[in-house]
Design a protein around this ligand. Structure first.
Ligand SMILES: C[S@@+](CC[C@H](N)C(=O)[O-])C[C@H]1O[C@@H](n2cnc3c(N)ncnc32)[C@H](O)[C@@H]1O
Length: 206
């Protein structure tokens, strides 16, 4: 997928309003500018930012359309959380323990006028409440993620987890401790990369 194809795919797939498109463009600018101050995305990925990061994040919306609370674990540069918050006018909590990254997320949410975004500068294990959707991109293996965040999940919570090429192996490991309805979906931006979509996840009883 080229950069132009990624932009076109985004526009047509999510019926992006003019206002939301302007915010996406602005976010890309903020992210590239902040990347010279802190290491948010690999420098080599900047020239492919719409494919590698923006469309890659936005595609998660295809698997979770709930208008209720979405929690993004380890948002870092705002991926996928900030991209999703631009496309989705519903509560979004971005959890990021590193101060510099959380400050960037706070500033970006204000600059983009996204009052439905809440940034929590904390470890996910210290967050409470229940989420309708949980995402985490490049944060931890599937068994670790379930362990770190299962307290935020109800039985109908949808987990949407981009997993690169290790999805199947991680799923095998996770199934030793967890049961639920797990699907492995193909990423549209990266051939070979997968997204694990799960619901009804619960710890196996010994
Ligand atoms: C490799 S970065 C990925 C950032 C972003 N999701 C992305 O795809 O570009 C992993 C992020 O997860 C955060 N993280 C690691 N452990 C965490 C935890 N226990 N709770 C919340 N965030 C965590 C790190 O601070 C870091 O910003």
């Amino acid at each position: 997928m080229t950069e132009e194809q990624a932009r076109e795919w985004l526009r047509s797939s999510f019926d992006v309003s003019r206002g939301a498109w302007a915010k996406l463009e602005r976010f890309v600018g903020l992210l590239i500018s902040e990347n010279s101050r802190q290491n948010l995305i690999a420098p080599a990925s900047v020239e492919h930012i719409w494919t590698r990061h923006i469309a890659d994040s936005a595609q998660l919306l295809s698997w979770a359309s709930s208008p209720a609370l979405w929690v993004d674990i380890g948002s870092g540069a705002g991926l996928p959380g900030m991209v999703l918050a631009i496309l989705r006018d519903a509560p979004m909590v971005l959890v990021e323990p590193r101060r510099k990254r959380a400050d960037f997320l706070d500033r970006a949410a204000r600059a983009l006028d996204l009052p439905h975004v809440q940034v929590e500068q904390r470890d996910i294990r210290k967050i409470d409440g229940k989420a309708a959707v949980i995402s985490a991109r490049a944060v931890a293996s599937l068994p670790m993620l379930l362990d770190m965040a299962h307290h935020l999940a109800a039985s109908d919570t949808i987990w949407v987890l981009p997993k690169g090429r290790n999805a199947d192996d991680e799923l095998v490991s996770a199934r030793a401790t967890w049961h639920g309805v797990f699907h492995v979906e193909q990423s549209i931006t990266e051939p070979g990369s997968k997204i694990i979509v799960a619901t009804k996840v619960a710890r196996r009883t010994p």
